[in-house]
Design a protein around this ligand. Structure first.
Ligand code: SAM
Length: 224
């Protein structure tokens, strides 16, 4: 019988945010693929799991995929985790999942944290319809074009951003998409978790702590 590929969500900051099913799966599979063994090993050790780890990241995924498919073919169960949150969501995973599906292997979700849903659910902005933009393009011309495209998007918009670019990105959003309500979510589930809610121009003016990881939740375009 062929093995299964388990896509396992891990914490986005708080080590306790891992499901019982995730722990059970990580204990029982034959191999765990992780972005960085230095990030995943401490998590596993915390829960007394000493399973085999193999790196799977954007630099080596092309060479790893055939190996993993072979493992599945031979009947070994494999789990995929990323540094934080749900694999494949602004993290490696998509290519492997696709290749596994194309070959009819069973792919199983072990759901759990993702910064998108954590941020949206506490944002105070409409949650019934939303779009996820991931990280905006690095290149300025492409980034500005993307913001221009998003200007008339009427669903709530979720954007990931790093500390190095958060200030610049907020200024560009204000300039191109106009002033609107925003929930600026920082360090979710961690000790210094903070959410700034209000008009974008006010948040920029008042300032915020420029440390940690950010999710920007923006109100969609309102024609009225
Ligand atoms: N796979 C992850 C998920 O499911 O959310 C996302 C990984 S992506 C490489 C990292 C980005 O996610 C960060 O730059 C930040 O925008 C967002 N993020 C992850 N953890 C976060 C947290 N605890 N608080 C705020 N944002 C976070």
């Amino acid at each position: 019988m062929a093995g299964k590929l388990f896509v396992v969500a891990t914490p986005i900051g708080n080590i306790k945010d891992i499901t019982l099913r995730a722990l059970e799966t990580l204990k029982e599979v034959d191999l765990i693929l992780c972005e960085d063994t230095r990030r995943t090993r401490p998590l596993l050790s915390h829960y007394g799991i000493s399973n085999e780890l193999l790196s799977y990241n954007e630099h080596n995924e092309r060479e790893r995929i055939p190996y993993v498919l072979e493992m599945l073919e031979q009947g070994h169960d494999v789990a995929l985790v990323s540094d934080a949150g749900t694999p494949g969501i602004s993290d490696p995973g998509y290519r492997l999942v696709r290749e596994a599906r194309l070959r009819d292997f069973e792919v199983v979700s072990i759901p759990g944290p993702s910064a998108i849903i954590a941020a949206l659910s506490i944002s105070g902005l409409p949650t019934d319809r939303f779009v996820f933009e991931g990280f905006l393009p690095r290149k300025k011309s492409r980034r500005l074009k993307r913001l221009e495209f998003l200007k008339k998007e009427d669903r709530t918009i979720i954007i990931y951003e790093s500390v190095h670019r958060i200030e610049r990105t907020l200024h560009e959003i204000l300039e191109i998409m106009g002033d609107r309500e925003v929930a600026l979510c920082r360090e979710l589930t961690k000790v210094h978790e903070e959410v700034k809610f209000g008009m974008l121009s006010e948040i920029i003016k008042k300032g915020f702590t420029k440390k940690g990881e950010f999710v920007i939740v923006l109100r969609g375009y309102d024609e009225s």
